[in-house]
Write a protein that binds this ligand. Structure first.
Ligand code: FAD
Ligand code: UDP
Length: 398
C-alpha cells in the first residue's frame, strides 16, 4: 500500500479532478481520487466508437460554454477548444424549426414575415395574460415570456416528456435559460466562450489527473468495505472532498432526494448523415423520446477520421430515477428542498469532509459551474486549511 495521502477525493468528475489538480499543483499535496466507475471523467466521459471513429458522450451530449474568465483560463491549461457553436433544431407537427425562439422561428411558425419590432409587438400581445414577475411556475413563466401559442408548440409537450410533471407544478427556474431573440441569431448558448475539446473530453480529463502527486483508483466505491479508502476506515482520519450523492453519504437517513434519469439508446445507422445537425428536439408530445443526438456533427473538423456511410445516434428518453439508475436532473420539489436543508446541516457538522459537485450539492451544474465551484472550494476552504491550518469543517456544502 502507498503512503498515506494528504487528501482523499471521492469522485473523478470535473469537480473532483479540479480539486485534486489544484491541491497537487499549488500546494504539493498527495491526493488520491477514487471513483466507483471503471473510468474517470464522471458524466463528461466520452469514448471513440471503434466501428465508426465517432466520439460518443456516454452520459449524454456535453457542450462546453462559459462566460467566466477564470474558468476559461483554467480549462485552457488542459485542452484547446474547437470553434464549434451549438445550434438546436426542433421538430413540431411535421416541420423543422430553428431554436431557440428567434425571428426565424416566429416568422415560420406564424407563416408571415415580421420585422423585429412587429415580432416584439406580436409576442408581447400573446404574452400579456401574465406578467413575468408574477409567474410562480414553469407554465406561467414561459407564457409570460413567449405567449401561449409558442408555449404550447415548443415547451408544453417537450417539458411534459422531460419531467412527466404538470408544468404548473414545476419550478420556473428550469426554463430561465430559454431565451427569445428578436433577431435571426440561432446560437443556443449566449456565453462569451464556447467550443469542444479538440481531442475529446477524456483526453482533457485525463490530463487534469496527470500529476505525479495524483493517484486515481477506479472501480473503488467509497461505501464498499475492504479497501484502503473505504468510508469506514478513513472517515475522520483524513481530509475528504466528497462529490457523490449527499443523501447516500448519510445512508438516506433523512429520505431520498428525487432525480430524473435519461435512457440513452445508442445505435449505428447505415447512412452518412442521419439528421444534418447535432441535436434535434422532438417537441410533439406523442413522440416518446425528447431528442436525437448525432455525434459526428459536433466535430465537423474530424470528417476524415469518421467512417463514411455510417453514423452514431442516440435517442433520449427521460424518466423518474429508481434506485440503481444514473441520477441526471435534480427534480427539486418542495419536499426535496426541505430534505436537502436537513442534509446541509448534517454536512456542515461532518468533521473533515467537504461536499461538492452536482451530486454532493443536489444542483444542476453545467461543467463550467462545477469547475468554478471547485476552484472556489480550493481558494476558500482547502488552501486556508492546508496552508494556514484553518479548520476544514466550516462551510460544509459549497
Ligand atoms: P459527476 O461528473 O457526476 O462526477 C461524480 C463522480 O463521482 C462520478 O464519476 C461517480 O461515479 C463518482 N461517485 C459517486 N459516488 C461515489 C462513491 N460512493 N464512490 C466512488 N465514486 C463515486 N454541462 C455542460 O456544461 N454542458 C452540457 O451540454 C451538459 N450536458 C449534460 C447532459 C446531461 C444528460 C447531464 C446529466 C449533464 C450535463 N451537463 C452538461 C452537466 C455536467 O455533466 C456536470 O456539470 C458535471 O458532470 C459535473 O461534474 P461533477 O464532478 O460534479 O459530477
Ligand atoms: N425545453 C422545452 N423545449 C425545448 C427545449 C427545452 O420545453 O425544445 C425546456 C424543458 O423544460 C427542458 C428545459 O427547457 O427541461 C431545459 O432545456 P435544455 O435543453 O437546456 O436542457 P438539458 O436537457 O440540455 O439540460
Amino acid at each position: 500500500p502507498s503512503a498515506r495521502p494528504d487528501l482523499l477525493v471521492v469522485g473523478a468528475g470535473f469537480f473532483g479532478l479540479t480539486v485534486a489538480e489544484r491541491c497537487a499543483t499549488e500546494l504539493g499535496l498527495r491526493v488520491v481520487v477514487i471513483d466507483r466507475r471503471s473510468h474517470l471523467g464522471g458524466n463528461a466521459y466520452s469514448e471513440v466508437d471503434p466501428e465508426t471513429g465517432v466520439e460518443v458522450h456516454k452520459y449524454g451530449a456535453h457542450l462546453f460554454h462559459t462566460s467566466n474568465e477564470k474558468v476559461w483560463e483554467y480549462v485552457n491549461r488542459f485542452t484547446a477548444f474547437t470553434d464549434y457553436k451549438h445550434r438546436v433544431f426542433g421538430k413540431y407537427q411535421g416541420q423543422v424549426y430553428s431554436l431557440p425562439m428567434n425571428l426565424g422561428l416566429i416568422n415560420q411558425f406564424f407563416g408571415k414575415s415580421h420585422t423585429p419590432q412587429e415580432a416584439r409587438e406580436l409576442i408581447a400581445g400573446q404574452a400579456s395574460e401574465i406578467a413575468t414577475e408574477d409567474a410562480t411556475n414553469l407554465e406561467e413563466k414561459a407564457v409570460s415570456l413567449i405567449g401561449r401559442p409558442l408555449y404550447e408548440a415548443f415547451i408544453k409537450g417537450y417539458t411534459a416528456k422531460q419531467w412527466q410533471t404538470d408544468p404548473t407544478e414545476l419550478s420556473a427556474d428550469i426554463i430561465t435559460r430559454l431565451p427569445v431573440r428578436y433577431t435571426f441569431e440561432n446560437r443556443w448558448f449566449s456565453d462569451t466562450h464556447e467550443g469542444l475539446p479538440v481531442d475529446g473530453y477524456t483526453a482533457w480529463l485525463t490530463r487534469m489527473a496527470e500529476h505525479p502527486n495524483i493517484e486515481v483508483r477506479l472501480e473503488t466505491d467509497f461505501f464498499a468495505p475492504g479497501h484502503d479508502y473505504s468510508a469506514e476506515t478513513v472517515k475522520g482520519t483524513l481530509p475528504i472532498v466528497y462529490t457523490g450523492p449527499v443523501d447516500e453519504y448519510f445512508d438516506h437517513r433523512e429520505g431520498r432526494l428525487s432525480w430524473r434519469t435519461v435512457d440513452l439508446e445508442e445505435s449505428v445507422e447505415d447512412v452518412d448523415d442521419f439528421q444534418g445537425t447535432g441535436v434535434v428536439n422532438y417537441n410533439d408530445q406523442e413522440v416518446p423520446f425528447t431528442r436525437i443526438i448525432e455525434f459526428k456533427h459536433f466535430h465537423p473538423e474530424r470528417v476524415k477520421t469518421h467512417l463514411p456511410g455510417k453514423t452514431v445516434i442516440v435517442h433520449e428518453y427521460s424518466r423518474f430515477a429508481e434506485e440503481g439508475d444514473e441520477p441526471y436532473y435534480p427534480i427539486n420539489t418542495a419536499e426535496d428542498r426541505a430534505t436537502l436543508l436537513r442534509y446541509r446541516e448534517l454536512a456542515q457538522a461532518e468533521p473533515m469532509v467537504l461536499f461538492g459537485g452536482r451530486l454532493g450539492t443536489y444542483q444542476y451544474l453545467d461543467m463550467h459551474m462545477a469547475i468554478g465551484s471547485a476552484l472556489s472550494m480550493f481558494e476558500n476552504r482547502l488552501r486556508p486549511h492546508f496552508g494556514e491550518g484553518a479548520p476544514l469543517t466550516s462551510g460544509g456544502i459549497e
